[in-house]
Design a protein around this ligand. Structure first.
Ligand SMILES: NC(=O)c1ccc[n+]([C@@H]2O[C@H](COP(=O)([O-])OP(=O)(O)OC[C@H]3O[C@@H](n4cnc5c(N)ncnc54)[C@H](O)[C@@H]3O)[C@@H](O)[C@H]2O)c1
Length: 304
C-alpha cells in the first residue's frame, strides 16, 4: 500500500505523476498545485488513463496542502523552472522561499515520509528543505546526467544502452562530473574505446539547455528516470543510482550526487569504490557546493 504525493502539477510534475501511476507504483496519489483547478483537472485526466489500463488507484487533485496526509513518498516539483539563458542557480532565491514554506507545512501530517526533491537547483533545494523540515530528503541528483551520459556513449559507439555502465556525480547541472573510473562498455573500461571524453562531457552539460530552448522544458527523460528512482524505493530494488543524499559537511547537511543504493532504505553510497581521482572530484564538489550554498543562503530571507 503506497501513497505518493505530488507537490506541483506543472510540466515535470505531471509527467512524473503519470509515469509513476501508470507503472502501478502508487495505490493512492494526491496531485497538489497552488493554481486552482490544475490538480483537479489533472486528476480527471489520470482517472481516464488508469481506467483504460484497468488500474485501481485512489486519486485526488487539490489546492489544499492538508490533503497530503499520511503519505509515504512526496515528490516536490513545485516552483519556477528556468527559461532559456537562465542557470539553475538563478532560481535559488525564489524556490528556496517556497521550500522553506513547504518545510513548515508538509512534515506534521506526513511522519516518516521520504521526500524526493526535483525542483531546481535540485541539490540545493533538497538541502534547504531538509534544513528547515528536519526530514530525510533526497535529490534526484545526477541520475538524469548518468542516463544522458550512457545514452550518448551507446549512440556514439553503436552499442546497446544496456552495455554501457557508469555514473555522473557532483552537483546536478553545469558542475556535474563524469566519474570516468566507473564507466564501462561491455564490461571493459571506457579507455579501451575510441571516444572523445570532452565531447561526452559537453553533451551531458549542454543538452538540457538545448532541450529547454526548443521544447521549453525537459520532461520525458527526467520524469522516466525519476519514476525509476521511486520504483526502486517502492519495489525495494536496491538499484545503484546517482542521487544526492544528505551528507554532513562542516556542520551542514548538504546534497551532492554520488552513486547510492536505492531501495526501501537509501544507502550506502559507493564513494569508497571510486578511484582516487573521482573521489577527489566528489570532495571538490562538496566543498564548492557548501561555499555556494552558504553564500546564496545569506542572500535570502527565510522566515515564517
Ligand atoms: N531535477 C531535474 O532533473 C529536473 C528536471 C526538470 C525540471 N526540474 C525542475 O522542476 C521544477 C518545475 O519545472 P516545470 O517545468 O514543471 O515547471 P512548471 O512551471 O511547468 O510547473 C511548476 C508548477 O509548480 C506550481 N507551484 C508553484 N508554486 C507552488 C506552491 N507554492 N505550491 C504548489 N505548487 C506550486 C505551479 O503552479 C506549476 O504548476 C523547476 O524548478 C525545474 O527546473 C528539475
Amino acid at each position: 500500500m503506497t501513497k505518493i504525493g505530488f507537490v506541483g502539477v506543472g510540466k515535470i510534475g505531471q509527467t512524473i505523476a503519470y509515469s509513476i501511476v501508470m507503472d502501478g507504483l502508487a495505490n493512492e496519489a494526491v496531485f497538489y498545485d497552488i493554481v486552482p483547478e490544475v490538480g483537479e483537472k489533472f486528476e480527471h485526466e489520470m482517472r481516464h488513463a488508469v481506467t483504460t489500463r484497468g488500474l485501481n488507484v485512489e486519486m485526488l487533485g487539490t489546492t489544499n496542502i492538508d490533503d497530503i496526509n499520511n503519505y509515504d513518498i512526496i515528490v516536490i516539483t513545485a516552483g519556477k523552472p528556468r527559461k532559456e539563458g537562465m542557470s539553475r542557480r538563478d532560481l535559488f532565491a525564489d524556490n528556496a522561499k517556497l521550500m522553506f514554506e513547504l518545510s513548515k507545512q508538509l512534515p506534521n501530517r506526513n511522519p516518516g515520509a521520504l521526500y524526493i526533491m526535483v525542483t531546481n537547483p535540485v541539490d540545493m533545494m533538497a538541502s534547504v528543505f531538509q534544513k528547515y523540515s528536519k526530514q530525510f530528503t533526497i535529490s534526484t541528483g545526477d541520475q538524469v546526467e548518468t542516463m544522458r551520459m550512457r545514452s550518448y556513449i551507446a549512440k556514439k559507439l553503436k552499442v546497446p544502452v544496456t552495455q554501457v555502465n557508469g555514473f555522473v556525480g557532483g552537483e546536478h547541472g553545469e558542475d556535474a562530473v563524469i566519474f570516468w573510473s566507473t564507466v564501462t562498455v561491455k564490461g571493459k573500461p571506457i579507455e579501451q574505446y575510441n571516444i572523445d571524453k570532452k565531447e561526452v562531457e559537453e553533451y551531458v552539460k549542454k543538452i538540457p539547455a538545448e532541450i529547454i530552448r526548443v521544447l521549453k522544458g525537459t520532461t520525458w527523460g527526467p520524469a522516466t528516470i525519476i519514476k525509476d528512482i521511486v520504483r526502486s524505493v517502492v519495489k525495494n530494488e536496491n538499484r545503484v543510482m546517482s542521487i544526492a543524499v544528505p551528507n554532513e559537511f562542516e556542520g551542514e547537511m548538504i546534497h551532492v550526487g554520488i552513486p547510492t543504493v536505492v531501495g526501501a532504505s537509501i544507502g550506502p553510497t559507493l564513494e569508497s569504490t571510486l578511484s582516487e581521482k573521482d573521489r577527489e572530484s566528489f570532495n571538490a564538489a562538496l566543498r564548492d557546493f557548501h561555499k555556494t550554498f552558504k553564500e546564496l543562503m545569506s542572500q535570502v530571507q527565510l522566515t515564517a
